[in-house]
Design a protein around this ligand. Sequence first.
Ligand code: DSN
Length: 400
Amino acid sequence: MATIEELISRERERQTHSINLIASENFVSDYVKNTMGTVFTNKYAEGYPGKRWYGGCEFTDQIEQHAIDLAKNLFKAEHANVQPHSGTQANLASYLALIKPGDKVLAFKLEHGGHLSHGAPFNASGKYYKFVHYGVSKDTGLIDMDEYTRLLKEHGDIKLVVTGASSYPRAIDFKKMAALAREHGAKFMADVAHISGLVAAGEHQSPVPVADTVTMSTHKTIRGPRGGMILSTAAMASKVDRGVFPGSQGGPLVHIIAAKAAMLEEASRPEFKTYIQQVIKNAQAMAKAFTEINSKRYRVLTGGTDNHMVMVDITGTGKNGLEIERMLGEQSIYVNKNFIPYDPLPVTETSGIRVGSPLVTTLGAKEPDMARIVQLIDKAISGENVSNDAHKFMIELASR
Ligand code: DSN
């Protein structure tokens, strides 16, 4: 059995030498990473700044308040809670704040790109609330606004609408969706886990002005520690706080809150906007490269992307998503198999892959690099061995 140190070292090696296109992963800065590994991990701090159940919280209060202020300022939100341990925890706390068990909720279908915490039957959300789901149109691959409106009307008793997605490559019109939800007497929640960095940088419409709550994870495009966060209106503030603690969590992870503050400082700088703009350009370059290489082998869903990910139907390769994920993984290129809307294959196989640009963009990749990566993917899928080229590419990227 390898020692912990050896495993860390092997994982570091794996991360350094592989081309990682998993759309929900990123590399944090040393500032964020080092802030996680600090003495704040030793502190218990149930409660909130100024209202704790333990003594010795004077510095904890300051760090948490700093994170709250930065989050409010960056997202122009009236309230922020930085304690959720993850995006799913943030969603659970948000449900506790907004609705009662048994209430009806309208959310985006998991099989069309939604998230398990948006009412999947095997998740707590699906067990405690009655979810109905909207999806995408078969023709366009875009959110089916007719179905969305019809469900709101037909049910008449939807208490909450949940928007946001894990595998949807296009912009979401939160303003329009919120207006329709309000018209039908429903509250409005946006889960921006994937696009939080884009929203923070002003490169995607922000749901903050129109939503009761906005939830997110903090480790994807916004490049922070693994964790979650909730923004809300002032009116929802105390309900949100109670939904997190004591509603669904005990003591906060103060070292992670400190790292969220570090992340928020970084995301407030002009360089972060430049980074996110490049993330989008790089995802668009990948979409173009897949189409140009062979649009029959790689059918880019919706014809492109507005954000950091490209969804590709790989049926034309004669392989399923699982086979492609494995083939590429063996050659140090990481993608994930992904359900595509109306997928005929089971979730364990899938007809699609999801590829994202956030991590390689953090490492300095630009549009021509993305085209090169797509060529490597195509060669690997055609049976060529490209692991040396993938390693070489990563070494070259690191040395720029
Ligand atoms: N949000 C998921 C992903 O996109 O990878 C994980 O829950």
